[in-house]
Design a protein around this ligand. Sequence first.
Ligand code: SF4
Length: 102
Amino acid sequence: MPTIARRIWIADGCIHCYWCQNLAPLVFLADEQGTCIAAEVRVDGRTSDNRREHSALRTDVVSADDFAFLPFIADGCPVQVIRLEGGWNHLGVADPGLVVKG
Ligand code: SF4
């Protein structure tokens, strides 16, 4: 299967409910200041909301199966600020233009 960049970031408006962190603590770091995408899962090795950097996720840490679970988490965000980009379409074909949210 071809490898494509997969990205996740947090838009403005997080209300710090901890839903995302509770379901995927490797990816999300939530606190009173907001929610970050953890350095351990990012190609650029930084911890931030990833809104400006749009760093790709490390494929050796976040598998395609892991990524496939993230839209469920994004759908459950009460303020819909989790954005995902890249993935596989319903035929299992790499689709770098796929935007799941946002
Ligand atoms: S689920 Fe949404 S509102 Fe809740 S902590 Fe995560 S990003 Fe913030």
